[in-house]
Design a binder for this molecule. Sequence first.
Ligand SMILES: Nc1ncnc2c1ncn2[C@@H]1O[C@H](COP(=O)(O)OP(=O)(O)OP(=O)(O)O)[C@@H](O)[C@H]1O
Length: 661
Amino acid sequence: MRADVEALDIRDVTANWVNALVLQAQIDDRIKALADLAHTPLFFGRLDYLHAPGADLAEGGEGEQFYIGRRHVHDTEGDPMVIDWRAPVSQPFYRASKADPQDVALRRRFGYTGGELTAYEDEHLSDPAEAATVSRLLQQEIERPRVGPMRDIVATIQPEQDRLVRSGLAGSVCVQGGPGTGKTAVGLHRVAYLLYAHRERLARTGTLVVGPNRSFLQYIEQVLPALGELEVRQATVDDLVARDGLEVRGADAAATAVVKGDARMAEVLRRAVRSHVSEPAEPLVVVRGSRRWRVPAYELQEIVSELLARDMRYGAARDALPQRIAHTVLVRMEQAGEAPDDRVQDAVARNPAVKAAVKAVWPAVDPAKLVLRLLSDAGFLAAHADGLLTADEQRLLLWEKPPRSVRSAKWSPADLVLIDEAADLVERTPSLGHVVLDEAQDLSPMQYRAVGRRCTTGSATVLGDLAQGTTPWATRGWAEALAHLGKPDAQVEELTAGFRVPREVIAYASRLLPSISPGLAPVSSVRETPGSLVVAQAGDPERQTAEVLAACRASLEREGSIGLIAADARIPELAEALAAAGMEWLSPGQETTAQSRLTLVPASLAKGLEYDYVVLDEPAAVVAGEPDERTGLRRLYVCLTRAVSGLTAVHSLPLPAALDG
Ligand SMILES: Nc1ncnc2c1ncn2[C@@H]1O[C@H](COP(=O)(O)OP(=O)(O)OP(=O)(O)O)[C@@H](O)[C@H]1O
C-alpha cells in the first residue's frame, strides 16, 4: 500500500503548482501514516462471524472471517485483508461475550513477542459447550513491563472502556476513574475512533488533547501517531491561552490564584468590557455633498441599547454599529426623496463623522490592557467587582506595584486565562470539533471556561480523578466542573478496574482515600503481583539518601523503567547523590531506553506518568511540600500510584498517620 502511494504520479491531475503542493502534502502524510512500526504487528485479532455482517441471518447463510488490526490493509486487488479496529465489524472483538456472542462463532487473539507471532488463543463464543474463560494473552499484555512512552491498547480495550471510546461525537462524556483505570488511554483511543467515524467533519474543525504539562504530553505523544492519526494537536491549558507578546513571568500566591480562577471573574470581566460603551450624548452630523444629515442623540442611544441587549460579542457589535448608524442616515435620505443604494450606505458607514462617533461610543477594547487595568486600578476593579467579590478578594487581585505596560507586566498563568476570557468577550474564540481534557480535576473554573470555549460547537471528553486534585482550586464535583465547561449535560461515567497498580500497592494508597476524597470507591486492580509493596525504614535520617539509592539499584536489576519520585525540594540532593554514585538518570518526558531506565521525578510532575518500579523517597516530605495537608496527601496518593510492578517507599521520618492505618 505504501509503494502504491509512493508511486502515484500527480503531474497529469493537478491544474497548477498550488494544487500539486497540496496534493503532494496529502500524499506525504499518507506515506507517513503507512510507515512500518517495528514490533507493531498488522493484526492482533480475528473474528469469525456465523453470518456475513449485513446478510440475512437465516439458516444456511455464509459466515465471514475478519482480521482485526490497527489499520485497514488491503491486497493488490483492493480487497480488505485487515479491518481497522474502529470499523463497526470489529466492535464485537471488544464487546462480544459468552452471554452476548453478537453472532461471533470464534474470537481469536494473537500474541506477539517483539513483533513475532508466538501464540494465539480461541474463544468459541457461540458454542454452548465451551465455558467462558479469562484470556491469558490479555492478562499478559496488561502485565507486560513498561519501557518508554505510553503505548496504544487497541488489542486489549475492555468492554466498559470500549463503550466510552465509541460513544458518539455529538455527546460529551466525563470519566471519573482512579489511578490507572485507563482514562488517558480511553481519551486517546476515543479521539482515534472519532477521527475514523467522522473524518471529514473533524478534519475541518480539528481535534485537541489537553494535558497537564509538557512531560505528560511527551509521554503520550506517540499513541495517536501509532494509530495512524498524525493531526491531533496536543497542548496544556497554558499553551491554549498563550498570546503573542505576553510572556508568563509571574506567579500568584495560592489565595490570589484562587480568586483569579473563580468563575465570578467572568462576570467581572464582562462588566468591565461592556463598561467601555458610553451613552451617545451628541447628535451626529454627516455631510455628503451639499447636504447635512443629522441623527439625534436619542436615536443613537436606541441603536446602542439595542446592540447591548443582543447577545453579541463586543467586537461584533462594534463592527455592526457603523452600518446601523448609516442605515438611519439612509432612511432620512429616502424620506427626503433620494434613492440611495447599498454603496451609499457603505460610504456613510465609512464617513469620518460616523467613525468618530463609533470610536467615542464603542471604543476598541484590548483584552490585555483591560486585565492590566483591573489588576492595577482599585477603583476600576471595585466598579465592576461590586457585589461579586469581597473587599478582601479585590485586594488579593491588585498588584502591589502596577506595571507600566502590558509588555513589562509579570503575567501569571491565571492572568493569561483572564485575558483569554476578555478576548472571547470581544471576539468569539473559534471552536474545535472535539476536545479531550485529561487530568481535568486540577483546572480552575476559569480554566474550564477557557477549554470550553474551544469546543462550544463541538463535544468534549473530560477525564479525571477527584482524589488526585492537587491545586487549591481542584474540582470538587463533576457537575459543577461540567457547567463551567459549558457541557452540563455530559454523561458522567466511572471506571473502577485498575490496569496499572498492583493490588497490594493500590490497597496501601487507598488508605488515604477517606481523608482525601471521602466517598470515592477504591480501584480494584487486575494485577496480582504478590510482594509488590515494600515500605522500608531507613532508620537514621542520615541514611535516607543512601537507602533510596540502594533501592534504585535493586530495582535496576529487574526489567523495565524505574521512577525515583521525591518531594520537589529533595530533588537537588538526590540528583547530586545519583551523580556521585555514577548512576545515570533522566528527567520526566525524556524517553527511557534499554541503557537509561531511571527517571528522577519531582512529585509535582508525577501525575499521569507510570514506571515499572517506583522508589518513593520520604512520603512525609511529599506531604509537607504542599500548602495544606489534604493537598499533600493527595500528592502522595498520586506518587504512590505510579508503579506497574512494584513500589518501594523509603522513609526515615514517621509516615503520615493515614498510611499507618
Ligand atoms: N484495556 C487495557 N489493556 C491494557 N492496558 C491497559 C488497558 N487500559 C489501561 N491500560 C494501561 O494501564 C495503564 C494506566 O492507564 P492510563 O494512564 O490511561 O490510566 P489513567 O486512568 O489515566 O491513570 P491516572 O489517573 O494515573 O492518570 C497504562 O499503561 C495503560 O496502557
